[in-house]
Design a protein. Structure first.
Ligand code: UD1
Ligand code: MG
Length: 465
């Protein structure tokens, strides 16, 4: 379907119209009391910005612009990581939300059927809500505003509705006592008819108590032009913005409840779901079990029949079918476990691929490593991957057996079917099917223990030999 505005852009999303979404992310987030820009703080393992960009219109005909504060290069990097097609604009001075939108003027003049403005700090917004908001534009409205009934409206812009029509938004600081009594508030998400958006926003002035260019003034301008502005209502929960760490924690709680329910609905077995932390992008196969007190960070996939035992911490890892992890395992980024792999207690892995059936059952560090099919890594094995300057790789062959308490000093290769004696410090490659033992000879003195005890009980110091 083609957009009807004649902008020349083709749209294929559910609305049938092309769109430009402008995400305002230029705020300092002073109230977060953090050196990290507000929109980069995480909820369910993803930045606030990632949640908003995930919900924003996407696909053919949906373009995206993000307005960023000066010097916030990390925000630019996050945008590029998530949506390489997005344009970024710097708002050099914070002169208000309309000024922020106009920082993306170059994108706006490109033209789209719908121009959508959203704040970067409302992580619970859903893509369905964007679609609902854009629907009235198709029917001829010039502007649609997302509104909600606030439990406590203090601080929000109030939506002034007359005869069923939205006539203005009054910011808290400029509102009369009667207007302050209004419970219907501006969520901060707006959709303009793209053909008229720039002309409307360009008319916005700064004659208000803060001297800022308020995007919300677009409503009265639309009315003065004889055009139609409408309100689409949603729940307060969905549009709650994050301004403080307390609000961040609250959003996390709500998001976790949602993710746990979705996992249970998808068939994941959780004995105590309220103790399990998931990420927004965690993916599960069939018949996965997660025991209590497991923390799963971003980028984790868990295949059919895998079991994650209690107290495990997993980030950016793929867990193969019927694998068993923990209790007390730590899987760090770049871990890939094949089918039936067993990772036991107090085992840490990083940038490590373990092929099907490999076992690391106790107390080990396997980093920058490749472990072949069916290899058995004994308790206390350490891949010594770092020499103080750079990281090196350890390769352990198929069916190899590494005895307990061995140090594998990388770069090093252990061949297929090779055997490493316990307590070895391996610094040289071991060929296939070889046995390597690196430790000093054992000395045994017959009766030595008995003589030692006798001397100690007589208060004498033992003689050597
Ligand atoms: C804004 C709305 C208000 C609404 C409320 C919802 C305006 C004028 N007011 O008020 O009606 O009820 O949000 O939470 O729009 N920003 C920039 N550059 C600027 C100013 C703001 O990027 O120059 C960004 C901020 O980082 C933030 C967003 O825009 O993400 C909103 O700005 P904020 O100052 O928080 O506006 P509010 O006073 O909360
Ligand atoms: Mg705000």
């Amino acid at each position: 379907m083609t957009g009807k505005s004649g902008t020349g852009k083709t749209a294929t999303d559910k609305t049938g119209r092309s769109s430009l979404t402008i995400v305002l992310a230029a705020g300092e987030g002073t109230r977060m009391r953090s050196s990290v820009p507000k929109v980069l703080h995480p909820v369910a393992g993803q930045s606030l910005l990632a949640h908003v960009l995930g919900a924003a219109p996407k696909g053919t005909g949906a373009s995206l612009a993000v307005v960023i504060g000066p010097g916030h290069d990390a925000v630019t990097a996050e945008v590029k990581r998530l949506r390489p097609d997005a344009a970024t604009f710097t708002q050099h001075e914070r002169l208000g939300t309309a000024h922020a939108v106009l920082s993306a003027r170059d994108a706006i003049v490109g033209g789209a059927d719908d121009l959508v403005g959203v704040f970067g700090d409302t992580p619970r917004i859903s893509s369905a809500k964007f679609e609902r908001l854009r629907a009235p534009l198709k029917k001829g409205a010039a502007l649609a505003v997302l509104g909600f009934r606030a439990a406590d409206p203090t601080g929000y812009g109030r939506l002034l509705v007359e005869g069923g029509r939205l006539v203005a938004i009054r910011e808290q600081a400029d509102a009369s006592p009667q207007e302050r009594a209004i419970g219907l508030c501006n969520a901060g998400v707006m959709a303009f008819d793209g053909r008229q958006a720039l002309a409307i926003i360009d008319k916005i002035g700064h004659a208000n108590s803060k001297g800022e260019y308020y995007l919300t003034d677009a409503v009265s301008i639309v009315r003065d032009l004889g055009l139609e502005a409408v309100v689409i209502e949603t729940s307060e929960d969905e549009v709650r913005g994050i301004n403080t760490k307390a609000q961040l924690a609250e959003a996390e709680q709500v998001m976790q409840a949602r993710l746990r329910k979705a996992a249970l609905d998808a068939g994941v077995t959780m004995i105590a779901p309220e103790t399990v932390y998931l990420a927004a992008d965690t993916s599960f196969g069939n018949d996965v079990t997660i025991e209590p007190f497991v923390v799963i960070g971003p980028g984790v996939s868990i295949a059919d029949g895998a079991v994650i035992h209690s107290f495990s911490h997993i980030v950016q890892a793929s867990i193969g079918k019927h694998a068993s992890v923990g209790p007390y395992a730590r899987l760090r980024p770049g871990t890939s476990l094949g089918e039936g792999v067993r990772i036991g207690n107090f085992v840490e892995t990083k940038a490590a691929t373990l092929e099907a059936g490999a076992k690391v059952n106790h107390l080990s560090y396997i980093g920058d490593a490749h472990v072949g099919e069916g290899a058995n890594i004994g308790a206390g094995t350490i891949t010594c991957n770092y020499d103080g300057f750079s990281k090196h790789k350890t390769e352990i062959g198929k069916g190899a057996f590494v005895g307990t308490n061995s140090s594998l000093v990388a770069p090093v290769k252990i061949g297929n079917g090779a055997y490493i004696g316990s307590g070895s410090v391996i610094t040289k490659n071991v060929p296939d099917d070889a046995m390597a033992v690196e430790r000093s000879q054992q000395t045994t003195r017959e009766g030595g223990a008995a003589r030692y005890r006798e001397m100690k009980t007589r208060g004498k110091t033992p003689k050597s030999g």
